[in-house]
Design a protein around this ligand. Structure first.
Ligand SMILES: [Zn+2]
Length: 354
């Protein structure tokens, strides 16, 4: 059973929603994607496809191929952050089919869009940092990311070996965990809604397309050894990039890991306060970081307004900060990526020793 949130009236969430709706009304703006987002999507998708085609069909010398694999990994992650992620939340466009198409880029990149929706859009976005429900903080015995998880001796070194695990995240997701979730029908301990025959077909079509693009074609064009080395570099780069962005948003110093009470299975705070307490922003003044990570550095705003396209988060954050300040609600932000990485590693150190 997933936990409940207490109902408070008037809730912070409704106050935030009213102010943000006013912002869109006054500026006569659409809350979904705009020209700026579509131009960015075209640049990123073109870059990713161009790198892939050059690597597979033009067989560059190794000293070009290696950095190109690193860049392909970064472009894959950027596609995830800027196209797939907004599509999966329905914020890329006002048209459902465009959102589905944007979300389906994940199928080509190896993950099931259906399972992602359950894991990310429902469980992670609702029960953020709740042990046993939010699968993002379920790393098994390998790491201890909150005080409710069992501590093992090896966790003392987790701030050092985490980088190796982050490199492996994308491999494990595509080649193991997705299948595990598919066959058990669960994301962690939480059962997924039953998949329709069409969803089953999409799952297997996606896996087939991904295997063709990332294994069959490369191996047939450039040989197994080169193809597998290239794939390893690409996936390790993408793994680190995508994990670090999500870790900097939730598993850093000063974010909470609340538990529901045992009597009523109810969390301590209403939904919006829970989201703000379990989430942190980082490097919001950096336009480059904001552009690259698809506004996920404004993670507080993303958790409060997941159906708003990320290009609006910088403006919305002004409203959220003001209301938090007025109500004395702590709003966690690390001003640079370096400081946020430091806060993540110190959090891991504390969890490994405590
Ligand atoms: Zn999200």
């Amino acid at each position: 059973m997933t936990p409940k949130f207490p109902v408070t009236t008037p809730s912070l969430h409704s106050a935030l929603k009213t102010s943000v709706a006013q912002y869109f009304d006054q500026g006569e703006l659409k809350s979904r994607g705009n020209g700026q987002l579509y131009a960015k999507a075209i640049i990123i998708l073109t870059g990713m496809i161009a790198l892939y085609v050059h690597l597979i069909f033009f067989t560059p010398a190794w000293y070009f191929a290696l950095p190109e694999c690193v860049f392909l990994g970064l472009f894959i992650t950027a596609t995830g952050f800027n196209v797939m992620h907004d599509g999966s939340h329905g914020s890329f466009s006002t048209r459902t089919w465009i959102n589905t198409l944007a979300g389906a880029t994940l199928e080509c990149l190896g993950g099931s869009a259906y399972i992602w929706k359950v894991k990310h859009c429902i469980l992670h976005h609702t029960f953020t940092n709740v042990e046993g429900v939010d699968d993002d903080i379920n790393i098994g015995y390998l790491m201890r990311v909150n005080a409710h998880q069992r501590k093992l001796k090896m966790h003392r070194f987790q701030h050092l070996y985490c980088w190796f695990l982050y490199m492996m995240v994308y491999f494990v997701w595509v080649f193991q965990v997705d299948y595990q979730r598919y066959f058990t029908g669960r994301v962690g301990p939480v059962p997924m809604p039953r998949m329709s025959p069409v969803e089953h077909l999409k799952f297997w079509t996606g896996k087939l397309v991904n295997a063709t693009l990332f294994l069959v074609l490369p191996i047939s064009r450039i040989g197994a050894a080169h193809a597998l080395i290239g794939l390893a570099i690409t996936m390790a780069t993408a793994g680190i990039a995508l994990t670090i962005v999500f870790q900097l948003a939730h598993t850093v110093e000063h974010t909470d890991f609340p538990l529901p009470d045992t009597d009523q299975n109810q969390l301590p705070d209403e939904f919006a306060i829970h989201q703000i307490a379990t989430t942190a922003n980082f490097a919001t003044q950096s336009r480059i970081v904001t552009w690259l990570v698809g506004g996920l550095n404004f993670q507080i705003e993303h958790h409060l307004f997941p159906k708003v396209a990320h290009v609006h988060y910088p403006e919305i954050s002004r409203i959220v900060r003001r209301i938090c300040q007025e109500r004395n609600i702590p709003y966690v932000e690390h001003t640079t990526v370096r400081k946020a990485v430091g806060a993540h590693l110190r959090h891991l150190q504390t969890m490994g020793r405590a």
